[in-house]
Write a protein of this length. Structure first.
Ligand SMILES: O=c1[nH]c(=O)n([C@H]2C[C@H](O)[C@@H](COP(=O)(O)O)O2)cc1CO
Ligand SMILES: [Zn+2]
Length: 157
């Protein structure tokens, strides 16, 4: 008899996205994203961090203060990193991301031809950025689905 408590594809991919988030050095929010093609192959991975050459010991990680002195102008979002790292056409791929994409990432997701967005958390759902994301995804007829039928808890010692 086969095991019954195996991970579904959706649970598996979301767990991989969660592991990607563990690479992030952001002290407040770690985000992971992966792209998956229609053969269930992982095409690329990403997490939020500063661009190559932008030293994460010298640039700020703070959230507050003058905009130029916060992390916000510098950090590359997980979804952006996954999309620019992909080496194949992304048409009809799915994205698994641990946080609902912001409006800037959503534009990139749509333009890359991604078919479906799977997300874990939606902690900024009341923000205008996320509201704008949902408006664009609805208009573009791109489905989004929360994967919350299991508890992703990855612990590596
Ligand atoms: O879709 C996203 N992808 C992503 O990588 N991020 C990153 C940018 C920041 O490093 C962090 C958000 O920081 P904070 O929660 O402290 O505002 O998450 C944030 C979002 C959603 O805003
Ligand atoms: Zn974003």
């Amino acid at each position: 008899m086969k095991r019954e408590d195996f991970l579904s594809w959706e649970q598996f991919f979301m767990t991989v996205a969660k592991v990607c988030a563990m690479r992030s050095k952001d002290p407040s929010t770690q985000v992971g994203a992966i792209l998956v093609n229609n053969l269930n192959q992982i095409i690329s991975t990403g997490y939020n961090g500063f661009p190559r050459g932008v030293d994460d010991d010298k640039f700020p990680w703070s959230r507050e203060g003058e905009w130029i002195d916060t992390k916000y102008p510098y950090v590359a979002h997980a979804e952006l990193n996954a999309i620019v790292s992909a080496r194949t056409n992304l048409t009809d791929c799915d994205v698994y991301v641990t946080l609902f994409p912001c409006n800037e990432c959503t534009k990139i997701i749509i333009q890359a031809g991604i078919k479906k967005v799977f997300y874990l958390e939606d902690k900024y759902k009341d923000s205008n950025e996320v509201k704008a994301s949902k408006k664009m995804l609805d208009a573009a007829q791109i489905e989004y689905k929360q994967i919350n039928d299991f508890n992703v808890k990855v612990s590596i010692n």
